[in-house]
Design a protein around this ligand. Structure first.
Ligand code: PMP
Length: 395
């Protein structure tokens, strides 16, 4: 088959390969630290069921008829007040488009900015779904090292000198590393983007899941000249299956996204949008988010405690201030791929860090673990198993 060349650069989901390996090994029940699923308890099932029934009864026609490519006006309004509650993200010069998950938002942003061969600068490592979207749209990736307070600014400037159109960043509790970009770096990133005329795509699906430390202003809130495109998602705080993402950007950018969305899927599913709107309006969102924060604080702190108890002391762990992931490095000389294979044999699924790198063929010592999905019991069991492996591998 004569596929497009760009498909050669797109990678299969690492998480799915880890799961496939796990089932090939005959593992029916394994402990998964691989996916990015919310805790089942974090999904407000009863309330969603209630609003879903009511909407289907009372708004039957509106929900079943075609909708608008920009999104349901009710949800546009409620998401605007939601994202603006704690800082000014959506200004009077901005607008919002509702997307089919923020994943589609990232894809649309690459569509409207990238011609074949254009550069997109990304944190290295970064979210695989975004890297694939950029590549599917013909962009070439320039990776910039990620430090524990955000990207390396020298490398960022060198990359910006190559004339990229977009810089993609996840400043809060980054996927996969859990790293939060400091305010100083956010300001510098913004100044460099102005200097080199680069659009910043600020992806913030995890921002509400802070479990410790102080909130840091978004890059969008520092934006003076409409170069920041801000992506939020209701996946991690309400339901990933409803597939509702929010993009906030200048009116001009939103109108381009709107056209790109029309050529893709016309509009986001109406039932999801009406349900998300009703949820946002009828729920005390501060209380809901506090509940999620305390649920995830309990799990994250427990996983970190278990790591301290069971892991070999030579393992370097990044302790996140929120989000869903813990990232750790095996010491030099230890084979990370062999470690991951050994953990799968023991029925514990983790994701090899090279999968999130711009060049996944380069040697890598890192591993990503998710703490939101597994039960407390499985967190302890899984970390104990991995801990035993760390002692076998790090002699
Ligand atoms: N951005 C990041 C950093 C993510 O980790 C994810 C999903 N895990 C997404 C975007 C996409 O999320 P969704 O499409 O469910 O909103």
């Amino acid at each position: 088959m004569r596929y497009a060349d760009k498909m050669n650069y797109v990678k299969k989901s690492a998480i799915r390969s880890v799961m496939a390996d796990a089932s090939e090994n005959g593992t029916v029940e394994y402990i998964s630290f691989a996916s990015g699923f919310p805790d089942p308890e974090a999904i407000p099932q009863e309330k969603l069921e209630e609003v879903g029934h009511k909407i289907l009864q009372e708004k039957t026609y509106e929900v079943l008829q075609y909708g608008s490519a920009q999104g349901y006006t009710g949800l546009i309004e409620s998401s605007k007040s939601f994202i603006n509650k704690h800082e000014c993200i959506c200004t009077s010069d901005d607008d919002i488009i509702i997307t089919t998950g923020s994943q589609q938002g990232l894809d649309l942003v690459s569509k409207i900015f990238c011609d074949e061969g254009d550069y997109v600068v990304v944190e290295n490592p970064s979210y695989l779904g975004a890297l694939n979207s950029f590549k599917c749209n013909g962009a070439k990736l320039l990776g910039v090292s990620l430090e524990e307070d955000g990207v390396n600014l020298k490398e960022l400037e060198e990359a910006f000198k190559k004339g990229p159109k977009v810089f993609y960043t996840i400043p809060n509790f980054q996927n996969p590393t859990g790293v939060t970009t400091s305010l100083e770096k956010r300001k510098e990133i913004y100044n460099l983007a102005v200097k080199y005329d680069v659009v910043i795509l600020e992806d913030n699906p995890y921002g509400y899941l802070r479990i410790t430390g102080e909130e840091v202003p978004s890059i969008k809130s520092l934006d003076q000249d409409h170069r920041v495109v801000y992506a939020a998602s209701l996946s991690k705080i309400i339901s990933p299956g409803m597939r509702t993402g929010i993009i906030c950007a200048s009116k001009d950018i939103i109108s381009k996204l709107f056209m790109a969305k029309q050529s893709g899927d016309n509009h986001t599913n109406n039932l999801s949008q009406y349900m998300m709107d009703a949820f946002l309006r009828e729920t005390d969102m501060d209380a809901h988010i506090k509940h999620l924060q305390s649920l995830y604080a309990k799990k994250c702190n427990f996983m970190l405690e278990m790591i301290k108890k069971y892991f070999h002391p030579s393992i370097h762990v990044i302790e996140p201030e929120g989000g869903m992931f813990i990232w750790f490095d095996l010491p030099d000389g230890v084979s990370m791929p062999e470690f991951v294979q050994a953990s799968i044999k023991k029925h514990v699924a983790i994701v090899p860090g090279n999968e999130f790198m711009v060049d996944s063929t380069k040697p890598c010592q890192s591993i990503r673990m998710n703490f939101s999905a597994a039960s407390m019991e499985n967190i302890e069991k899984g970390i104990q198993i991995l801990g035993e492996l760390t002692y076998q591998f790090c002699k």
